[in-house]
Design a protein. Sequence first.
Length: 241
Amino acid sequence: MAHDVVLLHGFTHTGASWDPVVAALAESYRALAPDIRGHGAAARPEPVSLEGVLDDLAALAPARFTLVGYSMGGRIALHAAVAPELAGRVERLVLIGASPGIADPAERAERRSADDRLAGEVERMSTEEFARRWAQTPVLAGQPPAVEASVHADRLRNRPSGLAAALRGLGTGALPSLWDRLPEVRSPVTLIVGERDVKFRTIASDMARRLPDADVVVVADVGHAVHLEAPERVASVVVYP
């Protein structure tokens, strides 16, 4: 019997970013890696909102599935795990470099304003220009050249207008914090973080203490985007929890 897996990508990526992980999964796993609204082939659907993305997920996902999310996709996956229409269908969560959001309302409002300003700048850039700028984000530093090249090619599948809409509708400032709702997550959760990703290692430890059933996997010698630097390791965690 095939096991169904749905993989949600991060901001500026597309579903194709999961190809190495999908290739490393066992043959008994059937994977879906959709483009999230605002990205790739889903750049035009509106609204680019959490509600819209969760509706898309509810429509495409099987009756029962493992949900894997990276960064922005991880935040969305957590929201799916507490959404009435999806919570009962999520058998397990695997979150990579993910956070429940910003708990402090003032800090979240400040981040939302910053994301809105950045969205305005994105709309005045080419995809190539923004892809190169986003690659300089400190949390993404230190990726091997082959990974950088692959990620850059994936980012070029996007449109500035779609990425701007994703910043405004799905950014860290736009989504409500789930820190206080972590005890509601009933599916087992595996939190994957890179050894070099100090910030998200701390976040993962804090999340694990609040989740009812969670463990943390730290992958040696990699940074924030573990699935890009160590896809076989991520696949092994999905297959052998």
